[in-house]
Ligand binder design. Structure first.
Ligand SMILES: [Zn+2]
Length: 221
C-alpha cells in the first residue's frame, strides 16, 4: 500500500494549489464559520428534576421551554430547521446539550434562561457569550449577542444589563457561535409580573428571532 502510494505520488505529483491547501488546512484546525440559514439550535435551560429558579408558581424550566418553543415557531415560519435540545420537561445534562450542538452542524445556538438574584431590585436582560481563544467564534458569538440584545430591548423595553462574557458550559464547550439569554429576573416583582404573561414571552421570542436574523444578514446570502 505504501509502495503504491509512493508510486502514485511520483506519477502524479501534487499540484502547487493542492499543496498550499493542505498546508493551510493543517495550520488552521478550526473550520471557518460561515453563517447559513439552514439550522439553528435552541436550548431551553434546565428541565426534569432540575427546576432552575422557582418563585411562587413560576418555574424557570417551564418558561424557558415556553419561550424556546415561541422562538422555534418563529424560526420554522422563517424557513429555518430548528433543533431543540429538549422539547418536553426532561433532564438533559449540560454535556449532552453541548454534544447535541456540536454534532448538529447548525449555524448557532441560543440557550434560554431566566434569572434570579439576592436583591429584589435586580432586573433586566443579560446575554452571555464565551471569550473563546478562537477569535472567530468569539467574534461571531458576541456579534450575535449584540444583535439579539438590541432587538430584545427595543421590543420589550426591558432594561439591558449588557452583553457579557460568561463561562457557562453551553456557551464555552460548543464549537458554533453560542449565546445564553437571561430573559429577566423572577426575583423582581415587576419583572415577574411581565414574565408571567405569555405575550411577554412571545415578545422576548420575537426579539431573539429578529436578533438571529440580523446576525445572519440578508436572506439570500
Ligand atoms: Zn437557568
Amino acid at each position: 500500500m505504501v509502495r503504491l502510494f509512493l508510486l502514485l505520488t511520483l506519477l502524479f505529483p501534487m499540484s502547487v494549489d493542492a499543496a498550499r491547501l493542505r498546508k493551510h488546512t493543517s495550520l488552521k484546525q478550526v473550520p471557518k464559520i460561515v453563517p447559513s440559514r439552514a439550522k439553528i439550535v435552541i436550548d431551553a435551560g434546565h428541565g426534569g428534576d432540575d427546576f432552575g429558579t422557582k418563585v411562587g408558581q413560576t418555574i424557570e424550566k417551564v418558561i424557558n421551554l415556553k419561550t424556546a418553543e415561541y422562538v422555534a415557531a418563529l424560526l420554522r415560519k422563517g424557513g429555518y430547521e430548528v433543533l431543540m435540545t429538549r422539547k418536553k420537561d426532561v433532564f438533559i445534562s449540560l454535556a449532552d446539550r453541548v454534544d447535541f450542538a456540536n454534532r448538529s452542524k447548525a449555524s448557532l445556538m441560543v440557550s434560554i434562561h431566566f434569572n434570579a438574584a439576592q436583591s429584589k431590585e435586580a432586573e433586566g436582560l443579560e446575554i452571555f457569550y464565551f471569550k473563546d481563544p478562537i477569535q472567530e467564534r468569539k467574534n461571531h458569538s458576541k456579534n450575535l449577542a449584540d444583535h439579539v440584545m438590541r432587538f430584545l430591548v427595543s421590543i420589550t423595553k426591558a432594561k439591558s444589563r449588557g452583553v457579557k462574557t460568561g463561562n457557562f458550559c453551553v456557551i464555552r464547550d460548543t464549537q458554533i457561535p453560542s449565546i445564553l439569554v437571561e430573559g429577566g429576573f423572577l426575583t423582581n416583582e415587576r419583572e415577574l409580573e411581565k414574565i408571567r404573561q405569555d405575550q411577554y414571552l412571545k415578545s422576548l421570542a420575537q426579539g431573539i428571532f429578529d436578533g438571529i436574523e440580523a446576525y445572519l444578514g440578508p436572506k439570500n446570502s
